[in-house]
Design a protein around this ligand. Sequence first.
Ligand code: NDP
Ligand code: 8X3
Length: 262
Amino acid sequence: MEQSRITSEKKNAIIFITGATSGIGKAVATRFAQDGYRLIITGRRKELLEETARDLALNFNVEVLPICFDVRKLKEVEEAITTLPEKWRNIEILVNNAGLAVGLNPIHEGLIDDWERMIDTNIKGLLYVTRQIVPMMVKRKRGHIINIGSIAGKEVYPNGNVYCGSKFAVDAITKGMRIDLLPYGIKVTQVAPGAVETEFSLVRFKGDHQRASDVYKGFTPLTGDDVANVVYFAATLPGHVNIHDLVITPAAQASASHFLKK
Ligand code: NDP
Ligand code: 8X3
C-alpha cells in the first residue's frame, strides 16, 4: 500500500540528471522516462543533449527539459538553475552523475590540466549543482539526491591517484550531505559502480579507441542500464527506506583492480 502510494506520487515527479548525453546518465534518464517521470537532463554537447531529449519525449511520451551547461562553470550552473521555469522547480530527485577520468599516469607524471578537469568536474561541479538545487528541496522538506561515486572512491588502484581522490571526495561529501539534510527529510544515496562500458574510457584515454576498448576485453562489463536499474530501485523505495551506499560491479570484478579475464 505504502509502496504503491509513493510510486504513483513519484510518477509525476521531476528528476534532474547531470551528464545525460551518454553512458550511465543517459541510461538513468531512459529508465525514469519509461515510467513517466518528467526529466531535466544536462550536458555540454548541445546537439546531442537536444537529440536525446527529443528521443526520450517521443519514445516515452514524457516531458523533457534539456539544459546545456558545463558543471565546472559556476556562473553557467547558477544561470541554468535559477532561471528554471516555475513548473520545473519542484525537483524530487537529483542524480549527480556528470563526471570523468582523464589520464592514467603515475603521480609524478600526472598532467596538471588532467587533474584540474577531474577535480573541477567530479568534486566542484557536483557541489555547484547541489548547492543550487538542494535549497529548493530543503524548503519543500522532501527530495532525494543520488550521487554516482565509484569503486575508485572506495579503493585506490595504480595510477588512479587523482581520479580516485575525486571519487573518495564524492564518498565523503555524500556522507556529509546525508547528515546535514537529515532534518529536512531529504534522502542521500551513493551508487558506486565498478567497470561500466560507456564513453568513460574513451574520455580517459583522450579518444584512443583501441586503449579504451582494451579495458573491457576478456570479461563482461556492466552497462549503463545495469547501473540505471539500481539507481531506479534506490529512488523508488518506500519513503521510510534509504540506501546509503551501494557498490555494483561486474561479476568478473572483485575489487578496483581484481578482474577475472579470459
Ligand atoms: P560517459 O563519458 O559516458 O558520460 C559522462 C557524462 O558526463 C556525459 O554525459 C558528459 O556530457 C557529462 N559531463 C562530463 N563532463 C561534464 C561537464 N564538465 N559538464 C557537464 N557534463 C559533463 O561516462 P559514464 O557514463 O561512465 O560516467 C558517468 C559517471 O559515472 C561519472 O561520474 C563517472 O565517474 C562515473 N563512473 C563511471 C564508471 C565507468 O566504468 N564507466 C564506473 C564508476 C563510476 P558532455 O560530454 O555532453 O558534457
Ligand atoms: C570508473 C571505474 O575502476 O575505472 O570509476 O575507476 S574505474
